[in-house]
Ligand binder design. Structure first.
Ligand SMILES: NC(=O)c1ccc[n+]([C@@H]2O[C@H](COP(=O)([O-])OP(=O)(O)OC[C@H]3O[C@@H](n4cnc5c(N)ncnc54)[C@H](OP(=O)(O)O)[C@@H]3O)[C@@H](O)[C@H]2O)c1
Length: 243
């Protein structure tokens, strides 16, 4: 088995890859814009699990390179983990359109651009699994994060549609909706509804693949918390200012 991690230095992506390396003896490709760091991670993971782990250059914003990046991979992966993403500062992005655009370009357009050639290949091979890491933020827009949330809402709906399209071919799409997971992305921020440890998130993602799930929240409680957040009437949400 070969697992490709897009955003190969993502701590969540690495935690999930670790599970595939350990439990399935899968070989891993860490595709990252920071090749030096990805190479360090690759060497450590390879030593820990006795599998082949290689680093490849990949930039989610370099849309015109995505098709050839995937075409050059030989062999092709069985599992692709879409783990790259950026979390903007909401207040700054309200004033700075370039920051808002970077969030949408990275989290949504970058995903569409690289996943379409992969989906076409999986559809033709009638095999393979795409695991897309979106976010609970996309379940409901809130004043503290609505630009990031919009990018993730778009990604969640995109993954829904991709799953629907690929289903008859046997290729699968799993959507992962993490709540707060302590990684470098959220360093310095405080969780509002508790947090999920990184290792738990990695295990949840692996188990979703193993059990053939379509959409998961990471951590035991998050599904129920988000069910409540989604059904809160708008007039209630408008009066809660610290979310
Ligand atoms: N942590 C959470 O609480 C949380 C909650 C919900 C959803 N998520 C989502 O989970 C995913 C993984 O995040 P994480 O928590 O593992 O954070 P992370 O460790 O900061 O990983 C995000 C990775 O995305 C990579 N990246 C950003 N822009 C890129 C680009 N243009 N090309 C290639 N790689 C790029 C970064 O690469 P560099 O290393 O080169 O900077 C970074 O390693 C993200 O999509 C995030 O939105 C996280």
């Amino acid at each position: 088995m070969l697992v490709l991690v897009l955003g190969g230095n993502s701590e969540i992506g690495l935690a999930a890859a670790e599970q595939f390396a350990q439990r399935e003896k899968a070989d891993i490709i860490l595709a990252s814009r920071n090749l030096e760091k990805a190479q360090e991670e690759a060497e450590k993971m390879s030593r820990r699990h006795g599998v082949s782990v290689q680093a490849e250059p990949f930039d989610a914003l370099a849309f015109d390179t995505h098709k050839s990046f995937y075409e050059k991979l030989d062999p092709k992966p069985d599992v692709v983990i879409l783990a790259f993403g950026v979390l903007n500062n909401q207040k700054e992005a309200q004033k700075n359109f370039e920051m808002a655009r970077n969030t949408l370009d990275s989290n949504l357009l970058g995903a569409v651009s690289i996943l379409e050639p992969i989906a076409a290949d999986f559809e033709e091979r009638r095999d393979g699994t795409i695991i897309g890491i979106s976010s609970v933020a996309g379940d409901r827009g809130r004043q503290s994060s609505y630009i990031y949330a919009a990018s993730k809402a778009g990604l969640t709906v995109y993954l829904d549609g991709l799953r629907h399209r690929l289903w008859p071919s046997g290729a699968r799409v799993i959507t992962v909706l993490p709540g707060f997971i302590p990684t470098k992305m959220v360093a310095g921020r405080t969780p509002k509804f508790g947090f999920t440890p990184l290792e738990t998130a990695g295990r949840d993602i692996y188990k979703a693949w193993k059990k053939g799930r379509h959409k998961i929240y990471t951590g035991a409680k998050m599904r129920w918390i988000m069910a409540a957040v989604r059904v809160l009437p708008e007039f209630v949400i408008l009066r809660i200012r610290n979310v």
